[in-house]
Design a protein around this ligand. Sequence first.
Ligand code: NAP
Length: 523
Amino acid sequence: MAGLYSLHHLRGLGFSAVVLEAGAGVGGTWYWNRYPGARCDVPSLEYSYGFSDELQQEWEWSEVFPGQEELERYFNHVADRFDLRRDIRLNTRVARAVFDEHRAVWTLTSDAGDDVTARFVVMATGPLSAPSTPDIPGRDRFQGLVLQTSRWPRTEPDLAGKRVGLIGTGSSGVQSTPELAAVVGHLYVFQRTPTYTWPSHNGPLDAEVQAEWKRDYAEQRRRQRETPGGVTGSTGAIILQGPGRKPILESTEAERVSMLEERGWDASRAWSDVAIDPEANEMGCELFREMVRRTVRDPETAESLSPRGYPIGCKRPVIDTDYFATFNRDNVTLVDLRRGGIESVTETGIQTEQGHFDLDVIVFATGFDAMTGSLSRIDIRGREGVALRDLWVDGPRTYLGLQMVGFPNLFTISGPGSPSVLANMVVCSEQHVEWIGACLAYARDHGFTTVEPTPEAQDAWVDHVNQVAEGTMFTSTTCNSWYLGANIPGKPRVFLPYVAGLPAYIERAEAIAASGYEGFVVG
Ligand code: NAP
């Protein structure tokens, strides 16, 4: 989504631009993540471009939360509608990016050896696009079919009647579980950490709500940028109900039971203190576990599915359709890896400490090397040939999540140190594209050839990003999330996105631009 808009916007500013895209089609995340059940957790009316009123008036969303197929269709429509395809090179994976200090240009080299030279490079590579597959011994020995949610084949594999093992219960695993269970012979869900997940209450989008948004899009888009998560919450989507006013710590048992009756799964978060106080949070977690017990018939399975030992709000909330109820099906087995972990993949299945599971198919829903992975997988060389991945060995350092010292004219969209994954990615992408466009136009119009942050500005920003994350549930000592890089062995534990919210971020970024790019050397 960031690449398509970058091309359109930069063209409009009079730049010549080309997009290099690894996939065989456009859509980014929604091109690759085509697993059964793949769906966005931001409402469709909010998860769409605001840069063109014609586009938002003519496009009709069908569901409250858009599914992968509809999103991929939307991004293809955008590519056609704005005549973008003529400057997009598909099937082109960038392997290397090298800065030439004398000429102040970048040379990008694809893995097929083709070069492109450019004054400016915009990395619209996505914060969740570098898949992470655990290094389980014997992985290549398996004789059956191996699938990965984030690389699901374009031709739907025939899973009917098959014994399928699904590894991972994050958003991707949770979304695919009910859909896989409905078609496979038997589904084994290998769970290492139980998940807090809430029902999406997805359904057809109310025509009146859509019409109302169409009458009021300009105002809605303005409000999105004024809310911390870039989501106004005015589409009627239930996931967005805010916390209540009452602290759970001051509630009686009768009040908590009554809240469960009234709000169901949402009862766990319906209090003023659950997001900020660890003790209150644990009481919210207990309400969540009570819902698991009420939903899952087998008590042992319910206990295994009940998250413990880490707070609600440490990880990105997952939203689902019928996830827990799926474990009441006869053809679904939860394999609780805390009772005995995976030892190896064998020719015929998965060997655990609890025994062997015979399988025809293994599905990895094991996540991503988030925020830095898509950048560090490219050999990016800045001044004096220094590699970005070497500089980031102790964690990423950026100014505004937009640029790095030593890498002039290279910009990152939704990079580490920006709100990115903590906010609506379309709003974040549009804001970054527009900021970068204005910066490039400024450099061009003033006859400057390079833009690069100062070390002082970058250091101060990194300190600020760390400081605002302190004391939140995200950085709780019991929290191990991909936000912290904790899902990747050896990755430094650093909170990657900027947690202070979009309005504070946008205000800062715009003030910096208005001041003539304070903290950047433009020369
Ligand atoms: P994830 O949240 O990182 O989940 C990965 C899962 O794989 C975890 O349950 C993890 O267990 C498990 N796992 C990893 N290595 C394992 C191993 N060696 N053995 C057993 N289990 C292992 O990844 P994801 O589900 O792809 O989601 C990542 C993010 O993508 C989401 O948080 C969200 O931001 C985005 N996403 C969004 C949507 C949506 O919009 N609805 C859908 C999909 C993804 P542990 O927890 O124990 O490490």
